[in-house]
Ligand binder design. Structure first.
Ligand SMILES: [Fe+2]
Length: 240
């Protein structure tokens, strides 16, 4: 029987988008202009590179309602829990791996010097968080729902509300990056970046689902976003 753990699966262009997608303007300049070069097995330095599984987390590292203001004030916006499970292609949990996330504030603006959007910064919101998955591969953040924002792609392009997510895995060379969208957002089918995914099922892997069972009454709603790090059913990762 074939060992699926070590099997190389060619990227399926009907599932993953092409690197060059003219409707997504930035991809034109940054997609490879020459044929790709195949790499051999990962080198020792890649396999043993920085590993973050033993990072000591601060008490509010996964709590964006608290981690920027340190409890001095609460951010504007809809309070939410974002949680889910990091699993491999066999639904086996990926424990103790670093999950990082970053996002715009409720008005759709990032706390970044290059973000000049009209929406104001929120003095109580930084927009970044991190945590380690537990023994069962679960991660959890408390945050606010980010706002959509316009971006210079075509005449009137808007990003759906989204949260950027990074999963490090066993070493920095295995880091994967994706985005979580929000179930029911009418901007998802209008987004030029989403359009680079041809298969609607691939888009579905990036949508966080409203999960009333994990919401907190009179406090916050919950969205569940499971991340499949490899295999034919893997979540779409933008850096792979
Ligand atoms: Fe973004």
């Amino acid at each position: 029987m074939q060992n699926n753990h070590n099997r190389f699966v060619t990227r399926d262009r009907n599932w993953h988008p092409p690197a060059y997608a003219p409707g997504y303007k930035t991809s034109v300049a940054r997609s490879p202009q020459q044929a790709l070069v195949s790499m051999q097995q990962p080198t020792v330095s890649e396999l043993t590179g920085p590993n973050f599984s033993h990072l000591r987390m601060g008490p509010h590292d996964n709590d964006l309602l608290m981690n920027f203001s340190q409890g001095q004030g609460l951010p504007q916006g809809e309070r939410i829990i974002m949680f889910g499970r990091v699993v491999d292609q066999f639904s086996k949990p990926v424990p103790h791996t670093l999950v990082e996330m970053w996002q715009a504030n409720a008005g759709g603006r990032y706390r970044h010097k290059n973000d000049k959007y009209l929406a104001p910064l929120d003095p109580n919101f930084g927009g970044v968080g991190r945590c380690l998955t537990d023994d069962q591969g679960f991660y959890r953040f408390r945050t606010i729902k980010p706002g959509p924002y316009p971006w210079p792609n075509d005449m009137n392009s808007w990003r759906p509300a989204h949260i950027h997510v990074s999963v490090t895995g066993p070493s920095i060379s295995t880091r994967l990056i994706t985005q979580m969208y929000f179930e029911g957002d009418p901007l998802i089918p209008l987004c030029p970046i989403v359009h680079t995914l041809k298969d609607p099922d691939a888009v579905e892997t990036m949508i966080g689902r409203l999960d009333m069972a994990h919401s907190k009454p009179m406090d916050c709603l919950a969205y569940r976003f499971d991340i499949v790090v490899r295999g034919e059913l893997q979540t779409y990762f933008e850096n792979q």
